[in-house]
Design a protein around this ligand. Structure first.
Ligand SMILES: [Ca+2]
Ligand SMILES: [Ca+2]
Length: 149
């Protein structure tokens, strides 16, 4: 029963698109799911990330968080267009091992000395297809596992 509950929760989580603080996305002209201008969600607002100290370690964390493989590019100077409004992160210092961008060292959410001409972009290798296959196997095998006990 407990297993089914967890499984159901997993499905619900996949099915809804609720936003949580620290969630990230890649947007802008020429963007795709795994490449684009980086935006971070915090307190109901999407904001951008400044390119000061932006490098491949930081971009690797973004790609991992998005389930997009590893980074092929960490782009400065709004290569995927300029965002508007909030700039959430500046002076980002990831080691490359963090599981989410907001757990990296940075100057403090909303604290920056930047303009939107410095918005960062990320290009990831992308590997979503493999992950989707894994999820389908999980779906099929899980109920059979419970039956056998
Ligand atoms: Ca950095
Ligand atoms: Ca700065």
């Amino acid at each position: 029963c407990r297993f089914f509950f967890l499984f159901f929760k997993f499905l619900l989580h996949e099915g809804t698109d609720s936003l949580t603080n620290g969630q990230i996305k890649l947007v802008g002209p020429g963007s795709a799911r795994c490449s684009g201008r980086l935006e971070v969600y915090h307190n109901n607002i999407w904001g951008t990330v400044c390119d000061d100290d932006w490098d491949s370690n930081d971009a690797d964390v973004v790609c991992r968080q998005l389930n997009c493989g590893t980074s092929l590019g960490s782009l400065h100077s709004a290569k995927f267009g300029e965002g508007t409004g909030q700039i959430w992160l500046d002076d980002v210092q990831c080691t490359g091992e963090e599981s989410s961008l907001t757990s990296c060292q940075h100057r403090g959410l909303g604290s920056h000395n930047c303009g939107h001409g410095e918005d960062v972009g990320v290009v990831c290798s992308g590997k979503k297809k493999n992950e989707e296959k894994k999820n389908i196997h999980y779906f099929i095998l899980f109920p059979q596992g419970i039956e056998s006990h």
